[in-house]
Design a binder for this molecule. Sequence first.
Ligand code: 5MM
Length: 336
Amino acid sequence: MSELNKIALKILSNGKGILAADESTGTMTKRLESVNVLSSAENRLLFRETLFSSESMKNCIGGVILYDETIKQLTNSNKSIPDLISSAGAVPGIKVDTGAKVLAGSPEEKITEGLDGLRERLKEYYQLGAQFTKWRGVYSISNKYPSKLSIYSNAHALARYSALVQECKMVPIVEPEVLMDGNHSAEDCFNITSEVIKKCFEELILHKVDLSGIILKPNMILAGANSEKKTSNEEIAKLTLKCLRENVPSDVPGIAFLSGGQSEVEATENLNLINKNNDTNFIMTYSYGRALQQSALKFWSKDIENTEGTQKVFNHRANMCTLAAQGKWSAELETK
Ligand code: 5MM
């Protein structure tokens, strides 16, 4: 078993999942302002430190994805954030892309940037304690899109990123996110996500990436948020499993889904059904941002000094997700 494979399994095994706390300052500002909290560096740290010191870090959270600002901050007791995370038994990670920008040649689409100087930045993050990284490509569905250009260029960037990350002894999370925006059907989402993931693996293989040392972070197969046709949770699980079974090489140790705008309970219920019906060898778990943090953020915003209360809300969410990652969740547990 390679060192990279060991790190990936440490993050994903036994129902553990990933806390995606890598919101860039712009996104975090939107989140904080939506609950009327000032987005200062101090407040961003306070919320995140509250989550990272909670009980569920030990039993539920296998890895935390940080943002550049956070990985360099110190806790109240002068500990580094990666040390705080490691001391709970979880693995610190870092988002290394520099964001999705206009794609030249198809200006309504996005290409994720950040390859220039990446090797040097990776060395710095490794020194700071990161053991895994994240890069997210985004694709939207409409009559014309995603174009072949966007599918190819984002896959190429994800593969170049992954090769550099493994060279630096860290595990790359490969996140191709087909967005939920639009009125497309679940079938459209299935077809496009399949094409996107297939192209990513073609490029990863071409760039000689060790597939046993990556984590795939895909979207679930859902109908667009504005679609009139509702898809049942059973159908979502079935289509998601079919897409991954058909397009992900078996060397990949695990899949950690993004929540993509689903509610906390929806994201949990769908993950649970995926696991109940999982006929693949892949670990199927979560790498949620909003679906792990929403309620905790809302609670915290009412009294940002209430650490214990906020942690209680977060622990509940993390416990529910970890049960879902083992196919052991049920709706009744939400209210217990
Ligand atoms: C946590 O949010 C990340 C995006 O931040 P920026 O857009 O500010 O860079 C995002 O990549 C996240 O990790 C994934 O989309 C998963 O988050 P959700 O909320 O979809 O589970």
